[in-house]
Design a protein around this ligand. Structure first.
Ligand code: SF4
Length: 177
């Protein structure tokens, strides 16, 4: 059984990815590290939802935050920051792989995410477990709804700021479907 540290962007996206990994013989632990989330109340809401989900399914999740929240930026930097933290922790604690629930979202820049994951893996010496989880996106919404988990309507930057940045940001306006 391989041990995998899963970067968790939010509980709804974690549902399907976590279930799939467990069903495919991975020993999974989660890392909730999302300094991109705006505003603070939204961060707290998603972290609390993650705790509810993790308790319900028995998933161990670590919560990391930065003293200084990061400003909204390009998605590539945003992916890199979160995956670097995950890879660093995975390397330090002898996990076999790291991965991210962002791979389930059809609204993220999937190819870019894969590229960043592979670059970070090279840098930190821990393999990035890549799989196109997008097939499970609607199932993840169903699972989240069944568990009555909060489902946000945008990725992480304030929606207003996302609009201003245009196509530089992941176009995520319809999360809660
Ligand atoms: S849209 Fe999402 S991934 Fe892109 S910069 Fe904003 S929070 Fe990060």
């Amino acid at each position: 059984m391989s041990k995998l540290l899963l970067h968790a962007c939010c509980a709804p996206c974690t549902t399907y990815v976590h279930r799939w990994l467990v069903e495919n013989d991975f020993e999974v632990e989660g890392l909730f590290y999302n300094p991109n989330l705006r505003p603070e109340s939204e961060y707290q809401k998603r972290a609390a939802t993650m705790q509810t989900y993790a308790t319900e399914v028995g998933l161990k999740v670590y919560y990391e935050s930065d003293d200084q929240p990061t400003e909204p930026e390009h998605c590539e930097q945003c992916y890199r920051r979160r995956l670097e933290k995950t890879a660093k922790m995975a390397g330090r604690n002898k996990y076999d792989y790291f991965s991210t629930t962002l791979l389930i979202s059809p609204y993220q820049k999937h190819a870019l995410l894969k590229k960043v994951g592979e670059e970070v893996a090279e840098e930190y010496g821990v393999p990035f477990y890549y799989r196109d989880f997008r097939e499970g996106y609607y199932e993840s919404r169903r699972l989240a709804q069944a568990m009555q988990l909060y489902r946000q309507k945008y990725c992480g930057c304030k929606p207003k700021e996302e609009k201003m940045k245009g196509e530089k940001h992941a176009q995520i306006g319809q999360f809660a479907q």
